[in-house]
Design a binder for this molecule. Structure first.
Ligand code: ZN
Length: 116
């Protein structure tokens, strides 16, 4: 991921449990599907782990879609309203948690802008 994007993203992300800002070393990029990025985060302050989904588009501030702690997965704290959120929400409600297959050979959109 672009370093500046990651830094912007970090500025918007706080631990859902204790409110602590994440540090670079505590953010692990799992992968992305088009503009939708998944990150796993770890809060050293309260030792909680979380899963973050964010829509990251060039030239736009990242939109954090969800900030799910391990204990409360499925509860969405994002309040952004756009088509992206609906997409993400739909995606996450059907997502089975298998990131490996998601980013390797999941159903790809053909003819999109994703190929380069
Ligand atoms: Zn915390």
């Amino acid at each position: 991921m672009d370093d500046r994007l990651l830094r912007k993203l970090m500025a918007n992300m706080k631990c859902a449990v204790c409110g602590q800002r994440y540090e670079r070393a505590n953010i692990n990029v799992l992968g992305h599907r088009e503009d939708l990025w998944f990150l796993s985060v770890f809060c050293p302050a309260c030792r909680s782990q979380g899963l973050v989904a964010a829509v990251i588009k060039e030239g736009k501030l990242p939109e954090i879609m969800s900030d799910l702690t391990a204990g409360e997965q499925g509860r969405f704290t994002g309040t952004v309203s756009s088509d992206d959120v609906l997409d993400v929400h739909t995606f996450l409600t059907t997502f089975d948690g298998d990131f490996a297959s998601l980013f390797s050979n999941g159903p790809e959109k053909r003819g999109g802008a994703a190929s380069s």
